[in-house]
Design a binder for this molecule. Structure first.
Ligand SMILES: Cc1ncc(COP(=O)(O)O)c(C=O)c1O
Length: 395
C-alpha cells in the first residue's frame, strides 16, 4: 500500500477478536461492520444471525447497555436512546401505532412530555386527557369514559413527589387493553420496577441517576416481549440511538448506581428532616416522610428507607425575589435544572420545569413561587444542610 492508503487503513484492527479480554466494554465507534463473506453480511442484515451491521441498527457498545437495562428492569427488550425525550417519543409512538390514538396522561408530568403530547402528537391526531394519577377511581372512570390506547405516568411526580398506585393502574390498563408507559427517571430500577408491577413500557432519562455525573444526555426504553418487535423496528427506522461514547459513560455511571442511590437516599432523609424543623421553612415534600399523602403506596411499592433522593420545600412567605436571593447565596449546592447527579442541585420549578405554565396553572398544581426543588447528592449531609442554613440566613 502507498502511504496515502496506509493513512486510511493501517491502524484499523479489522481482524477477529484477539485472545485477550478487556475488563470493561470497549467503545466501538465504527458505524458499520464488515464480515468475512457477503453471505454472512447478508444473513446479519436479514437478522438471521446476530451481529452488528450499522450502528443505527445496533452497536456492540450500545448492545451492552441495552442488555444491562433489560436485566435491571426485568424486560424483554431495551433501546438506549440519545435523550430521555427521544426515549419517551419512541415509547409513545410504539404504543400508539396499533392502539386508539387517545392518551390518558398523569396531570403531574414532566413539562416536555406534556408539550410533546399537546403540540406535536396533538396536531397529528393524538388526543390527550389529563387525570390525577394518584386517584385510582378517577383513573378508572377516565379509562371507562375515553377508552385510551395508552396511559402514561411517572413513578414519582415532579416537583411535589407524589406516587401513584402503579400496580393498580397497570391492572386497569390491562383490563382496557391500553398500554401503560411509566417514566421511572426519579426512582431508577433499584427502587421500583414498573414492568414487574404490570406496566408495558418503562422509560428513563439516563441523563439523571443512571449516568449520574452531569456529563451525559441519554435515555432508555425497556418493554415486555409484546412491544419488542414494534419498538425495535421503530428504533431502527427513526434512529433515536444513543452514541457509543454516551453509552460508555452511562454504563460506567450505572456501576455505582447502587452505592450512589443508597447514599443519596440517606442524605435526602437527613436533609428533609433538617428542613422540616427549620423556622424559615413552610413545608417539605419528601417521599420518605411518614406524613406523605401517598405514604401507604410508597411503603407498599418502594424498599424501606430508599424512597428517592429528591426533596422539595417552600420558604415561608417567600416570593420569586426572595427565592432568587436564597438560590444566589448557595455556595456548594449547584443552581441548575437537572437532577440525579452526584452533586446536590437546587432548581426553581417556576422558571424551569414549569416555566411554560401560567402562574394560575402552577398554583392549581400546587407549585408556588416559594417552592425550591433539591436533588440531593453524595456529599457529606452536614455540608448540604450548612449551605442551606447560610443561604436561608442570607435571603
Ligand atoms: C421525569 C423526566 N422525564 C424525562 C426527562 C427528559 O430527559 P432528557 O432531558 O434526558 O431528554 C426529564 C428531564 O428532566 C425528566 O425529569
Amino acid at each position: 500500500m502507498k502511504r496515502e492508503s496506509k493513512t486510511v487503513h493501517w491502524g484499523d484492527r479489522r481482524r477477529k477478536a484477539p485472545g485477550f479480554v478487556p475488563v470493561t466494554t470497549p467503545i466501538y465507534t465504527a458505524t458499520s461492520y464488515s464480515y468475512d463473506s457477503m453471505e454472512t453480511l447478508d444473513r446479519v442484515l436479514g437478522r438471521e444471525i446476530e451481529g452488528p451491521s450499522y450502528t443505527r441498527f445496533g452497536n456492540p457498545t450500545v448492545d451492552a447497555l441495552e442488555e444491562l437495562m433489560r436485566e435491571l428492569e426485568s424486560g424483554a427488550f431495551a433501546a438506549a436512546c440519545s435523550s430521555g425525550m427521544a426515549a419517551l417519543h419512541l415509547a409513545l409512538l410504539g404504543a400508539l401505532l396499533d392502539r386508539p390514538r387517545h392518551v390518558l396522561c398523569a396531570d403531574a408530568i414532566y413539562g416536555s412530555t406534556a408539550n410533546m403530547l399537546m403540540t406535536i402528537l396533538g396536531p397529528i391526531g393524538v388526543e390527550t386527557t389529563f387525570v390525577n394519577i394518584c386517584d385510582v377511581s378517577a383513573v378508572r372512570a377516565a379509562v371507562e369514559e375515553i377508552k385510551p390506547g395508552v396511559i402514561i405516568m411517572e413513578t414519582v411526580s415532579n416537583p411535589l413527589l407524589r406516587v401513584g398506585e402503579l400496580d393498580k393502574i397497570a391492572e386497569i390498563a390491562r383490563g382496557a387493553h391500553a398500554a401503560l408507559i411509566v417514566d421511572a427517571t426519579f426512582s431508577t430500577p433499584l427502587l421500583i420496577r414498573p414492568l414487574e408491577l404490570g406496566a408495558d413500557i418503562v422509560v428513563h432519562s439516563a441523563t439523571k441517576y443512571l449516568a449520574g455525573h452531569g456529563d451525559v444526555l441519554g435515555g432508555a426504553v425497556v418493554s415486555t416481549q409484546e412491544h419488542a418487535e414494534t419498538l425495535g423496528s421503530l428504533a431502527r427506522t427513526l434512529g433515536p440511538a444513543m452514541s457509543p461514547f454516551e453509552t460508555f459513560l452511562t454504563m460506567r455511571g450505572i456501576k455505582t448506581l447502587a452505592v450512589r442511590m443508597e447514599r443519596q437516599c440517606a442524605n435526602a432523609c437527613k436533609v428533609a428532616s433538617w428542613l422540616s424543623s427549620h423556622p424559615r421553612v413552610q413545608r417539605v415534600y419528601f417521599s420518605g416522610d411518614p406524613a406523605h399523602p401517598d405514604a401507604p403506596t410508597i411503603a407498599r411499592l418502594f424498599p424501606k428507607n430508599q424512597t428517592g433522593a429528591m426533596v422539595s420545600f417552600e420558604i415561608k412567605d417567600a416570593g420569586r425575589e426572595q427565592v432568587f436571593r436564597f438560590m444566589d447565596s448557595l455556595q456548594m449546592i449547584v443552581r441548575g435544572t437537572s437532577l440525579g447527579d452526584v452533586h446536590t442541585l437546587a432548581s426553581y420549578p417556576a422558571i424551569s420545569s414549569h416555566r411554560e405554565l401560567t402562574p394560575k396553572h402552577r398554583e392549581r398544581l400546587g407549585i408556588r413561587d416559594s417552592l425550591v426543588r433539591l436533588s440531593i447528592g453524595i456529599e457529606a449531609h452536614e455540608d448540604i444542610t450548612a449551605d442551606l442554613e447560610q443561604a436561608l440566613a442570607a435571603s
